[in-house]
Structures are given as structure tokens and as C-alpha cells.
Design a protein around this ligand. Structure first.
Ligand code: NAD
Length: 296
């Protein structure tokens, strides 16, 4: 079993690190927040006193941080960059959702120094992180992907090789752009039907069995009371926050600018989430964007 440094033990990183412990790995855990380290140590990980301490003996380094600036600072530009500390031959797997340009830049700096850095963002949310059923979208060489896969399988169910460095982040941005469009479109259609006298459950079933069928209707209905066990039936608590959807749609906008590829649907969805966030709903689940339509 491998020695794995895990850095960033938040909503996602904490349960992911615990699944590595459960799989028998020797996990050295670090977060800026002591309480989060303690939570993972209680499940069998070892506490590291710093990120540098965590990686000193690690075969794999996994990071799960908020954004690109945190990732670049941790490995390259910060006070004690981990590229100066990692063991020769170690594989660094960044699972944070960040911009592809930063992922590619950090990988390039690493490659110039003989350090393996790959991007492997995830889909599946906190539930998937806890259950070990995440989807990983990996940007790496074939050899790096083969090395990473057995470790990622301890935390996820579907491990995809999207392409070379940065491709995992591009795939994640494309997926979440589509998710934002699907969710806002589903809310729009449901609200239109209900405002015109239809029952949301009946309309949902009709669209699910018709050509409007999509993931939101199947497993994540945004209309309260239509589906059990989803955030819409729990005051939009838990799930995937509006703030994170807004962030991910921003990453898609950046990609669109860099590649001059039009994203009018994604841009429209982002405007809706932006308005919804500005009304103080950033911490609610993203399916709460229905309220924006209902409040009109
Ligand atoms: P979070 O804010 O709960 O966790 C991030 C953690 O990183 C925090 O505990 C913070 O203290 C720690 N951190 C920041 N800088 C650090 C540093 N230099 N050293 C050590 N620790 C540091 O966020 P999260 O919800 O766990 O999300 C993490 C990443 O996963 C984000 O990029 C997010 O977009 C992505 N993601 C989140 C979800 C979700 O549903 N929450 C789903 C898919 C992807």
C-alpha cells in the first residue's frame, strides 16, 4: 500500500482522504484548519504539521483546494513550494476544480523539473466523495494515468482519461456548463407549466418520458415535493452550492474566451446563477435557481 499525502480536507477532500485510509493506504493529511485534520486522523490518517511535512515521504500527493491560485501557490509560487519538497518519482494528483490554463502551466513547470503533476477534477459532489463513487476526469500522459488509476479507484467509480494535461479540467468545465444549462432549462419549463396550471409532478413525469428528459428530471428534480431525498425537498440544503456552480460556469467562460468558442447558453445560465447568488442564495443547492423564476 502507498504512502499518500492529502492536502485540503474540506467538504470533498475529507471524505476522499478517509476512503484512501479505508482502502489500506498510509495517509498523511494536512489542511490549514486543524479541526479538519483531526476529523481525518480520527478515521486513521496521520496528521502532518505542514504541507511540506505531508509530502516528504509520499509516493502520491493529492490536493483538493478551492481554486487555481491556491494550487499554483502550493506547488510553485508560494513560500514553501511543494515542487521543492516532493520525493523523486512521486505522482501529484490535483483534484481541485481549477482553470485549465493553471493546470497546464503547473504541469509544465513540473515536467521541466522531472516532477509528475496531473489534473483529476471530480464530479459527484459530497455524496459521491463519501460513498467513493466519484467520477474522475484525468488530464495526464498514458503512463501517469496508469499510475494514478488504482489510487483514484479507491475514491471513485468511473475514472476517465480525458487527454493530456489540462484535459481533465476542460472536461469538467464542459460537463458543468451543460449541467448549468440543463438545470436552468428544467426550472424554466417546470415554472412555465406550473404557472399555467399543471402539477409539477405530472409535468416532470411527462417530460421525463418525452424528449425533454434529462439528468435533473431523472435524479435531481428542482421542484419541492416532486422527488424525495433531493435538496429541493430539503429546503435546498446540502448538494452542490450555487457559489460552486457560478465558479464552474466562470471557468467555462474563460475557456470560451481563450478558444473563441461561443457559449451563449452557458453564459445565460451563468447570468441566472449570478442574479440568484446576488440575492443571497450562494450557499443553497444550485437547483434552488427555480426560486428566481418563481419570484418573478
Ligand atoms: P472546501 O472549501 O470545503 O475545502 C477546501 C479546503 O482547502 C479547505 O478546508 C481549506 O482550508 C483548504 N486549503 C486551502 N488552501 C490550503 C493550503 N494551502 N493548504 C492546505 N489546505 C488548504 O471546498 P470543497 O467543497 O471541498 O471543494 C474543493 C474543490 O473541489 C473545489 O475546487 C471545488 O470546486 C471542487 N468540487 C467541489 C464539489 C462539492 O460539491 N463541494 C464537487 C465537485 C468539485
Amino acid at each position: 500500500m502507498a504512502t499518500i499525502a492529502f492536502i485540503g480536507l474540506g467538504h470533498m477532500g475529507g471524505p476522499m482522504a478517509i476512503n484512501l485510509v479505508k482502502a489500506g493506504h498510509n495517509v498523511h493529511a494536512f489542511d490549514l484548519v486543524d479541526e479538519l485534520v483531526k476529523g481525518v486522523v480520527a478515521e486513521g490518517a496521520q496528521a502532518a504539521s505542514s504541507a511540506a511535512d505531508a509530502v516528504s515521504d509520499a509516493d502520491f500527493v493529492i490536493s483538493m483546494l478551492p481554486a487555481g491560485k491556491h494550487v499554483e501557490a502550493l506547488y510553485v509560487t508560494g513560500d514553501a513550494p511543494l515542487f521543492d519538497r516532493v520525493k523523486p518519482g512521486a505522482l501529484i494528483i490535483d483534484s481541485s476544480t481549477i482553470d485549465a490554463a493553471t493546470a497546464q502551466r503547473v504541469a509544465k513547470v513540473g515536467a521541466e523539473r522531472g516532477i509528475n503533476f496531473i489534473d483529476a477534477p471530480v464530479s459527484g459532489g459530497v455524496g459521491g466523495a463519501k460513498e467513493g463513487t466519484l467520477a474522475f476526469m484525468v488530464g495526464a500522459s498514458d503512463a501517469q494515468f496508469a499510475q494514478a488509476k488504482p489510487v483514484l479507484e479507491c475514491m471513485g467509480k468511473n475514472i476517465f482519461h480525458a487527454g493530456d494535461h489540462g484535459a481533465g479540467q476542460i472536461a469538467k468545465a464542459c460537463n458543468n456548463l451543460l449541467l448549468g444549462v440543463l438545470m436552468t432549462g428544467t426550472c424554466e419549463a417546470l415554472n412555465l407549466g406550473v404557472k399555467n396550471g399543471l402539477d409539477p409532478a405530472v409535468l416532470s413525469e411527462i417530460m421525463k418520458q418525452s424528449s425533454g428528459n434529462n439528468w435533473a428530471l431523472q435524479v435531481y428534480n428542482p421542484f419541492p415535493g416532486v422527488m424525495e431525498g433531493v435538496p429541493s425537498s430539503n429546503g435546498y440544503q446540502g448538494g452542490f452550492m450555487v457559489d460552486l456552480m457560478y465558479k464552474d460556469l466562470g471557468l467555462a467562460m474563460e475557456l470560451s474566451q481563450q478558444s473563441a468558442s461561443p457559449v451563449p447558453m452557458g453564459s445565460g445560465a451563468r447570468a441566472l446563477f449570478s442574479l440568484h447568488k446576488a440575492k443571497g442564495n450562494g450557499a443553497l443547492d444550485f437547483s434552488s435557481v427555480l426560486k428566481l423564476y418563481q419570484d418573478q
